[in-house]
Design a protein around this ligand. Structure first.
Ligand SMILES: *Cc1c(COP(=O)(O)O)cnc(C)c1O
Length: 357
């Protein structure tokens, strides 16, 4: 069975909404739009017309960036929306389930809960640097598992999953589950994206985003990359007109020719700062463990996280508390900032340590 056909039966037979046609040089009396703009009439930024049902120019740009064809990519409002659309398209409420690898990104659980979909845990190996054991994933899968979420580098632990392990899991689950590889932070790692390998198996979905390495979190722009059948199924669930006209303009300008190099230089700076911050944090007495990270953040275990966090809050520095996870007692995720911001953090932790001793 083709993996795209494991989608919810009512989605496979759904008659998709037909948006009104938009043909340049025509009199448009087919979409109940206002004929005159209230603001900037006649300007491309005027807002009286609906945007394109799908942002085709962004789709082309992202397909080129990720090295895939346009038919293999669905543009979504951040990759978060792709997670939501995947769960709604493939999982029947109160019947199907997803497999995740805690500690990992919380949104998989949130969207599963919203859709009434069960979640089966295949925890990363906390005693072994939060490594993923592919057999543990396969053992967690059952006949109701429609989606397996693998996050690489993983948020919040920062480690990579071996590409060979991902492909092993995908091959074993063909026709039964989609394997969704969340590559939100892949640009900060040495690893090659799996976008180029979606033809090797028919159940691989890769999530990419402009929010992290591409510095466009405010634009809410991401993508699901998969074979054409899967992209078509997801497109049935994603509503039309999700990208407002000004956002389309902004994203295209931000991605304009020549800016890719700037983006690569900014990524290299973050990686260098990550390594500097890691090394400097190791010297701080309040720090117990730092996990090596391939992303733009690192997971740190403090001796007393609550005390550190209170002190940092007074210093107007925010870090993210992960201590409610069973394997992450006293742990926080620290995003790599500018050199000056990282210095401010290090200076504050130094003061905290001196105050304690
Ligand atoms: C930040 C993040 C995303 C997506 O963010 P969007 O802004 O919605 O694209 C997806 N997955 C992980 C693991 C993330 O950390």
């Amino acid at each position: 069975m083709k993996s795209a056909s494991i989608a919810r039966p009512e989605i496979l037979t759904l008659k998709p909404y037909q948006a009104g046609q938009q043909v340049p040089g025509t009199i448009r009396l087919n979409a109940n739009e206002a004929p005159v703009a209230a603001w900037k009439d006649g300007d491309p930024q005027s807002l009286n017309r609906y945007p394109e049902a799908r942002p085709f120019t962004i789709q082309q740009r992202l397909a080129a960036m990720f090295g895939v064809s346009v038919a293999n990519l669905l543009v979504t409002r951040g990759s978060s929306e792709a997670i939501d659309v995947l769960i709604r398209a493939f999982c029947c409420a109160y019947k199907d389930a997803i497999v995740t690898t805690p500690p990992t990104f919380e949104m998989y659980r949130v969207y599963a809960d919203i859709q009434g979909v069960g979640m089966v845990d295949a925890p990363l190996d906390a005693g072994n640097g939060f490594r993923l054991d592919p057999q543990r994933i396969l053992d967690a899968c059952s006949s109701t598992t429609k989606l397996v979420f693998l996050c690489t580098p993983n948020n919040p632990t920062g480690g990579l999953i071996d590409t060979a392990d991902i492909m092993t899991i995908a091959r074993a689950r063909q026709g039964k589950s989609l394997v969704v590889v969340d590559e939100a932070y892949i640009e900060f790692s040495g690893q090659t994206s799996l976008c180029q390998r979606i033809d090797e198996v028919d159940n691989l979905v890769v999530l990419r985003t402009l929010s992290k390495a591409h510095a466009l979190a405010g634009a809410r722009c991401g993508a699901a990359v998969a074979n054409e059948e899967i992209v078509n199924v997801l497109g049935r669930v994603l509503p039309p007109y999700t990208f407002p006209t000004p956002v389309v303009e902004c994203v295209l300008q931000a991605l304009e020719h020549g800016r890719a190099e700037r983006s690569a230089a900014a990524i290299a700076d973050i990686i260098a700062e990550r390594e500097r911050l890691h090394e400097a944090l190791e010297a701080e007495t309040c720090v117990e463990t730092i996990w090596p990270s391939q992303a733009n953040f690192m997971l740190v275990r403090f001796r007393d996280l609550a005390a550190v966090q209170n002190f940092l809050r007074e210093e107007r520095i925010l870090i993210r508390d992960f201590s409610s996870y069973p394997a992450l007692k006293n742990c926080a995720r620290i995003t790599v900032g500018t050199a000056a911001e990282n210095d401010a953090l290090l200076a504050a932790l130094r003061r905290f340590g001196e105050q304690q001793s």
